[in-house]
Design a protein around this ligand. Structure first.
Ligand code: UD1
Length: 367
């Protein structure tokens, strides 16, 4: 046990914050056993991509902020590795916990492992089998170097076993992101986010897009923008625009087309609680995010995923999520199917019950 006394938890990008919050909360129940350190790589640095999540989720100030910022994949990954290696040398944590699949996740896992510091990966084993996604590379590399693999679903266990990872390293614990959602949901009851956007419950959709495969190509992004504009006349769409997408809208000359529209409501990225409030009451969620597919499943809101594949098949099996790709006709058909009342019944995946972080800490206590 003494080996694990100091646990360094890594956050870097927006989807990491809500995964670490429940872990910190759970670990804080054992102050005699664990000392935690929160390390922020600075992969995401804008106030609305990072700070607002610290406020909404009441996360403590990071103990270390590495300030790596943006860059090419190699550049960003390398900067995180160099800076995090230094932290590991100075602090010598007993365990490094990384979450999700962003560049910071993989970079910190490699840096720690090469210093022979044990690594735990939370949200291990997910596979899209799409090697054009940088996240797929991050997932596979992180899993292969991690000592403890905490999985959110049974398919993740199977993926890891198929890759030859020994069963003792794998722990099926459920989904920490859902721990966060269930803990924060009551706070959405009193928020005025819907009024702020001028919509009423069940009468709008939310949209998020940030994958290079959707926003980096003029023809693809243009096609999505056109169909979304058309659909917004039937169902207003609220679109918090990711910085990458904002940049591409401008570069590709699409900004004028979207900014002048009243039914497609563009906004800067919004915080966790506002997004949860909107998603909870939405008629549909259109997204290329991984986490939103999971959140939609638990909220029971139909999700239309603008990708060719998903590393989260359990959301499709649960009945909440449809993978439609990014062709305008497919997006149109999926939205109309929902508007025509072809609802869906969604079940909650196994162990997505708000207790995943407690199960992870139980494993750590046993070790
Ligand atoms: C990253 C993750 C992705 C995750 C997403 C959530 C990787 C490979 N990708 O993608 O898995 O789903 O975060 O948002 O790790 N930028 C800003 N301000 C910021 C952060 C980024 O303006 O605070 C801009 C920069 O122009 C940057 C671009 O967004 O170059 C992309 O940021 P980056 O961290 O490289 O990847 P994301 O697309 O955000």
């Amino acid at each position: 046990m003494a080996r694990f006394r100091t646990i360094a938890l890594v956050v870097g990008a927006r989807p990491n914050f809500m995964k670490v919050a429940p872990l910190l909360q759970e670990l804080s129940k054992y102050p005699q056993v664990f000392r935690t350190q929160l390390i922020h790589t600075g992969q995401h640095y804008d106030a609305d991509m990072s700070d607002v999540f610290f406020q909404d989720l009441k996360l403590p100030r990071p103990d270390r902020f590495l300030g790596v910022g943006s860059g090419s994949h190699a550049e960003q990954t390398a900067k995180v590795m160099v800076a995090f290696e230094q932290v590991c040398v100075e602090e010598r944590p007993g365990l490094v916990v990384v979450v999700g699949d962003v560049n910071s996740t993989m970079a910190c896992a490699i840096a720690a492992k090469k210093l022979c510091i044990p690594v735990a990966h939370v949200e291990a084993g997910l596979r899209s089998r799409d090697w054009t996604m940088p996240e797929e590379i991050n997932r596979v590399v992180t899993d292969v170097v991690s000592d403890l693999l905490f999985t959110p679903s049974r398919d993740a266990d199977e993926n890891l076993l198929r890759e030859g990872i020994s069963p003792e390293r794998i722990h099926f614990v459920g989904n920490v992101m859902i721990d966060c959602l269930l803990a924060q949901l009551p706070k959405t009851e009193t928020r005025d986010t819907l009024q702020h956007f001028g919509v009423t419950a069940g009468n709008y959709a939310t949209l998020t897009l940030h994958r290079p495969s959707n926003v980096d190509d003029a023809e693809i992004f243009g096609g999505i923008v056109d169909v979304v504009l058309e659909l917004s006349r039937e169902l207003p769409i609220i679109w918090p625009v990711h910085p990458r997408s904002r940049k591409m809208l401008e570069q590709l000359g699409l900004s004028d087309r979207v900014e002048r529209n009243l039914d497609l409501r563009l906004t800067d990225p919004i915080g966790y609680l506002d997004m949860l409030t909107l998603n909870r009451r939405a008629r549909a969620i259109l997204t290329d995010s991984g986490g939103l597919q999971e959140e939609a499943t638990v909220l029971g809101v139909p999700c239309i995923t603008l990708r060719q594949n998903t590393e989260r098949p359990v959301t499709v099996e649960a009945g909440a999520n449809r993978i439609v790709g990014n062709h305008p006709a497919a997006i149109r058909a999926a939205v109309w199917s929902i508007l025509n009342g072809n609802g869906h019944r969604s079940s909650i995946p196994e162990l997505w019950d708000g207790k995943a972080a407690a199960r992870i800490v139980e494993v750590l206590l046993r070790l």
